[in-house]
Design a protein around this ligand. Structure first.
Ligand code: DC
Length: 649
């Protein structure tokens, strides 16, 4: 799938069971592999990053089994360094696999190569390698100095004393060193040089190491001592918490879209720093409630999020979600101390600034900060995701502004949350669409307009767009089979709808587009795929709160396949010809019953036989045959049906 179109939303509410935490999953897998004994891991995250770690462990001789197709695994620990002493590992773009495995392999006494995707080879690892060299490890760069791919060679490890590692680029270097040092067996102190960033991630590391029997003593966030003679021992069973970073999208959805939205799997007792995202949301005015194993978010009492200026160093991943939430705030918002964004899956500072601008925000991109000025009105845009799962998930929130949004390469969410868009759709309340399709003169135009009026919804007469294309083309002397030229006309159609009147380049064409020449012309241009494609976005833009009634031939099948209600309105050809005849006569226009009937049959055949978006009754559409029915009765039928299905839901 190369893109996913998300419809405009009215709001969000519901609850979501979160997938397992990426940070906890990959740390637990590695610790279980190095520990003595068997570890049962429950609720492991199923994603690209964990798949990389599992594959690496297999290559390194660690036995693990998955229980059926559940998220529960059993890992047979090696009880020390890896037993396989030569391996080549490809780890994709999984930072949580590359860093800790590099350190563990550097002290395993074998020869290993570690590589990843191109982006991984741009993500720094020099600070970790420097730290490992201080204990005697032989780690070499196969490409650029300071970056993967790496070549690790056996070397006598001289742990003990003090090792210095920089903490201001990525906290994963410290995590990796700390997790590997117990394999060396000698008391070693790690001293952090520079300000340690993303401290809560170190807290996760220390918590999990303690569960596996290794207690680290620390002085503030500057010195960490790994005791001598300690070994990892399996704690038996480990339950992986839900992913707190993944929770941020749903909590933000609740805060922006009314809510309440509840996430299950993290809560008050979570060891993940990103649960503090909920506190940040509170600073924006959102109403938050915590349970032991859940968090719930609702919009501020007055509905609007407040502007903010926050240091977000402690929640670098979830902070991205705030950058998009800023689109909904009541003033400019500043996100500070987020330089680590530059060395993640992509340069997230640059990517975020570029994509926020696409939806209409003004953005100031600093070396380590971002200021987002929300637009008065969001602009529909196609969002590039830079092979970064968080970009894709963050920008789904734009749809809560009642604005459609296209997410390019949506499958990048597989890195940490393969079912993300399904989960999002379950809490999303899309702007409802009532699609009414059917053949010419079936009365669907009148019925649709009256239904829209009764509900206070917008109304789209899609047929008039095809009629306008035909008229504009005929006026410009363009042949009705010149597909590229017609598509250009369709893409730039200077049409305006003002109440009952339709204008083309300022000229009132309300009656002109109803003439037979235009009807015939419309059915010819409607056959052309490029014309249909050029009119798609224009039709999507009619979908606005509180809802839309759209009528045509392909409203339910192509333009709004996710329409909440679909109807197929028809009548016998004779009845339809008779209606058209009366309409024309009323307008004082010439009409002939025979030729009207013949024309209708021709057009029905053309609309039904064309290969793109043919006219047909969909299996999920409700049939309404109006041959023997007045308009009022048909309108009541539709309204009653809509009301009943809503009550049932
Ligand atoms: O509904 P109408 O008679 O105004 O439609 C005019 C022509 O446009 C008709 O021949 C079919 C075509 N059309 C279409 O192909 N798809 C739509 N959604 C609406 C109309």
């Amino acid at each position: 799938m190369d893109h996913l179109d998300l419809p405009p939303l009215l709001g969000a509410c519901g609850s979501v069971r979160l997938p397992g935490s990426k940070s906890i999953s990959n740390r637990t897998l590695l610790l279980a592999a190095l520990a003595s004994g068997t570890t049962e891991i429950r609720d492991l995250l199923a994603s690209d990053d964990t798949a990389r770690m599992l594959a690496a462990l297999s290559a390194l001789g660690v036995t693990w089994t998955r229980h059926g197709d559940s998220d529960d695994y059993r890992v047979e620990g090696a009880g020390g360094p890896f037993r396989v002493k030569a391996a080549e590992l490809f780890l994709g773009n999984a930072g949580t696999a590359v860093r800790p495995l590099t350190a563990a392999l550097a002290v395993s006494g074998g020869e290993y190569r570690i590589a990843g995707v191109a982006r991984m080879h741009e993500r720094p690892i020099g600070d970790l390698v420097d730290g490992l060299r201080q204990i005697g490890a032989d780690v070499r760069y196969l490409g650029n100095e300071g970056f993967p791919p790496l070549h690790i060679l056996p070397a006598p490890i001289r742990a003990g004393g003090v090792v210095r590692v920089r903490g201001d680029v990525s906290s994963q270097f410290l995590t990796a060193l700390l997790m590997a040092l117990p394999l060396a067996g000698v008391e070693t102190t790690v001293e952090v040089v520079g300000e340690l960033i993303s401290k809560p991630y170190i807290a996760i590391t220390l918590d999990l190491m303690a569960r596996f029997g290794v207690e680290i003593q620390r002085e503030g966030w500057q010195r960490f001592t790994v005791p001598g003679g300690c070994r990892y021992r399996s704690p038996g069973t480990v339950f992986v918490e839900g992913d707190a970073s993944s929770a941020s999208y749903f909590l933000a959805a609740g805060a922006i879209g009314g809510g309440p939205v509840r996430v299950e799997g993290v809560g008050r007792t979570s060891i993940q720093g990103d649960v503090r995202f909920a506190e940040a949301l509170e600073r924006l005015g959102a109403r938050i409630e915590f349970g032991d194993n859940w968090i719930e978010a609702r919009a501020p009492a007055d509905g609007r999020l407040r502007a903010f200026d926050l240091d977000l160093n402690h929640i670098p991943d979830a902070a991205m979600t705030l950058a998009v939430a800023a689109l909904f705030a009541d003033g400019p918002c500043a996100l500070r101390n987020i330089a680590s964004w530059r060395v993640k899956e992509t340069d997230r500072l640059a990517a975020m600034a570029t994509e926020l601008r696409k939806v209409g925000a003004q953005v100031e991109e600093g070396a380590d900060h971002l200021v987002v000025v929300p637009p008065d009105r969001l602009v529909p845009a196609a969002i590039d995701t830079y092979d970064d799962h968080r970009m894709a998930m963050c920008f789904s929130l734009v749809s809560l502004g009642g604005c459609r949004v296209r997410i390019n390469d949506p499958n990048c969410v597989n890195k940490t949350f393969p079912g993300y868009f399904d989960a999002f759709a379950r809490v999303a309340q899309a702007v409802p669409v009532i699609a009414i399709d059917g053949p010419s003169a079936s009365g669907k135009g009148t019925v649709a307009a009256r239904v829209a009026e009764a509900l206070g919804f917008a109304y789209l007469d899609s047929g008039s767009l095809y009629r306008l294309v035909a008229l504009a083309a005929m006026r410009a002397g363009i042949a009705l089979d010149d597909e590229p030229a017609l598509a250009r006309v369709a893409a730039t159609l200077p049409a305006e709808f003002a109440g009952e009147r339709v204008r083309l380049a300022g000229d009132d064409v309300t009656d002109a587009i109803r003439e037979e020449a235009c009807s015939v012309g419309a059915s010819k241009v409607a056959v052309l795929p490029a014309v249909r494609a050029a009119l798609l976005d224009r039709q999507h833009d009619y979908r606005r709160a509180p809802g839309l009634v759209a009528e045509g031939r392909d409203m339910g099948s192509v333009v709004f396949p996710d329409a909440e209600h679909k109807f197929f309105l028809t009548a016998s050809a004779e009845a339809r010809a008779d209606r058209r005849y009366k309409q024309l006569k009323e307008k004082g226009l010439a009409a002939n019953m025979e030729s009207l009937l013949e024309d209708l049959r021709d057009r029905d055949a053309r609309d039904a036989a064309r290969p793109v978006a043919p006219l047909k009754q969909l299996p999920d559409a409700t049939l309404l045959d109006t041959t023997e029915m007045g308009v009022g009765e048909a309108v009541s039928f539709v309204l009653e049906h809509v009301r009943r299905t809503r009550d049932d839901a």
